[in-house]
Design a protein around this ligand. Structure first.
Ligand code: 4NP
Length: 155
């Protein structure tokens, strides 16, 4: 199974989501059967490590991010089984790229798996440490619930 996390720049939210997800997948010994990656709808940060504030916050929470930025490409829609968008704008950009209804059933908002109310994972880029920590917590619990759902399908 292949899972892709998508945000705008691929330096804050989606590389963090990818790293949290991989960390959890490994802890339940499913890293042999689940592949994960992340990308941005924009191409501003191709090849870059995640934002230093995101990496520092992740490290503080026990998660290491090694991802390098890349841009979403149309072949991703074919290749991945789940495509998880951080916000509505990412979601509509992904759907625009797909240019058909063919892939719509595999494209979700990340927070559709969040048990707490809220639609979007807020962009922390212009925020402070409190905003980065809030993003971590939203992703941590949304990914727990997402993982529960896909795990049931793998068994
Ligand atoms: P992300 O945050 O989409 O969570 O990676 C952003 C990072 C950089 C920019 C925008 C959003 N930027 O405009 O450079």
């Amino acid at each position: 199974m292949k899972v892709l996390f998508v945000c705008l720049g691929n330096i804050c939210r989606s590389p963090l989501a990818e790293a949290i997800f991989k960390h959890k997948v490994k802890s339940i010994d499913l890293d042999g059967s689940i592949y994960a990656d992340s990308c941005g709808t924009a191409g501003y940060h191709i090849g870059e490590l995640a934002d230093p504030r995101t990496r520092a916050n992740a490290q503080k929470n026990g998660v290491t991010i090694t991802h390098r930025g890349r841009q979403l490409q149309s072949s991703d829609l074919e290749e991945f089984d789940y495509i998880l968008a951080m916000d509505q704008s990412n979601l509509s950009n992904i759907k625009r790229l797909s240019n058909s209804e063919l892939y719509s059933e595999k494209i979700y908002l990340m927070r559709s798996f969040d048990p707490h109310p809220g639609e979007e994972v807020p962009d922390p880029y212009y925020g402070d440490e409190k905003d980065f920590q809030q993003v971590f917590e939203i992703l941590d619990r949304s990914i727990d619930h997402f993982l529960k759902e896909i795990r049931a399908k793998l068994l």
